[in-house]
Design a protein around this ligand. Structure first.
Ligand SMILES: Nc1ncnc2c1ncn2[C@@H]1O[C@H](COP(=O)(O)OP(=O)(O)OP(=O)(O)O)[C@@H](O)[C@H]1O
Length: 308
């Protein structure tokens, strides 16, 4: 099985340390979300993994070997870094054929990946006539061309329509289910939450988190419960007896903070409080991420102060 191993990786550009002593492993069989504010060092790390840049110190390997030492690398690692990587005056099919030929990938894979990514019907069109979403699909097709065990995608949903976004989500899950190692960097928290099971989070070049997604959220966002009842007085009284408080919202719901849905369910049913709806509000990846990175963001917009 092929892992991505980053070991004490550091990259300096002049006096700026873009990546600072990073150590983490991306394992097969799951989708790892690669997160961090602008300038955190995600792209630099990926470039070091792909041998596009040289580390100042430390190592980045794929299956125990440096990318540059891989024979026919496309058959081991597929990557989407930039949707504009294809030459605009080439057709999509020609672009993929050239890639296939230079990596001894069977020619039939060209048609297979175009079919899989939904661009078969535009295979003969020049890439410069493609929309951003179509170029994105072509970039994903190129990443999958060599049937690689490791797939690294930077913002794969970029420019895709709603149907395309769902397609990417399912594709990532399937690649992981097939036992591949999948690393996806993104700034879209809802999207990342929909496909990732593990997270690696960077801030100012350093590792801030390397945890399963559920643990990441649970450790940072306290659970809440939403309740709707026609008898708020009985609800508040029953909760108060167990040390809980309920806060009313404009939409008619009550929120019980720092509470688990099982506990609130038992309390209200035990007290005979009529309940129309009861739901766990588990907290989102976005809440947890913002909580973690609040102090790690290099670039923040500050609203102008109001003048007296
Ligand atoms: N070639 C380079 N020369 C000088 N500085 C660089 C170079 N590449 C990256 N940097 C700097 O390294 C830091 C990390 O940048 P990087 O692009 O890796 O971050 P990122 O997490 O991918 O950000 P984003 O989310 O904005 O894409 C930034 O401060 C950036 O300005």
């Amino acid at each position: 099985m092929t892992s991505i191993d980053v070991q004490n990786l550091t990259k300096e550009y002049g006096t700026r340390r873009a990546v600072d002593d990073l150590t983490f492993t991306v394992r097969p069989g799951g989708v790892t979300g690669f997160l961090g504010p602008n300038g955190a060092g995600k792209s630099t790390t990926v470039r070091l993994v792909l041998g596009l840049d040289r580390p100042t110190s430390g190592t980045a390997t794929v299956g125990g070997r440096a990318y540059t030492a891989l024979h026919e690398p496309l058959r081991h690692v597929g990557a989407l870094l930039d949707a504009d990587a294809a030459h605009g005056s080439r057709t999509a099919r020609d672009h993929l054929r050239v890639l296939a030929l230079s990596n001894r990938v069977p020619a039939r894979r060209v048609d297979e990946v175009m079919e899989e990514t939904g661009i078969a019907s535009v295979a003969h069109r020049r890439v410069k006539t493609y929309s951003l979403g179509m170029r994105q699909r072509l970039g994903i097709a190129a990443a999958l061309l060599g049937d690689p065990g490791v797939v690294i995608l930077d913002e794969p949903s970029n420019g895709l329509d709603p149907e395309g976004i769902i397609w990417v989500r399912e594709l990532l899950r399937r690649l992981a289910a097939e036992g591949r190692t999948v690393l996806v960097s993104s700034h879209l928290m809802n999207e990342t939450a929909s496909f990732a099971d593990h997270l690696v989070v960077l801030g100012r070049g350093r590792l801030l988190a390397d945890t399963p997604m559920r643990e990441f959220i649970d450790a940072r966002v306290r659970p809440r419960v939403r309740v709707r009842t026609p008898d708020p007085t009985a609800l508040k009284a029953a909760l108060a007896r167990h040390g809980h408080d309920a806060v009313e919202h404009e939409d008619g719901y009550w929120t019980v903070h720092h509470a688990r849905v099982d506990d609130v369910g038992r309390i209200v049913s035990g007290a005979g409080v009529p309940v129309l709806e009861l739901a766990a509000d588990q907290g989102t990846l976005e809440q947890a991420y913002l909580d973690l990175t609040a102090t790690e963001t290099e670039f923040t917009a500050h609203p102008k102060e109001a003048r007296p």
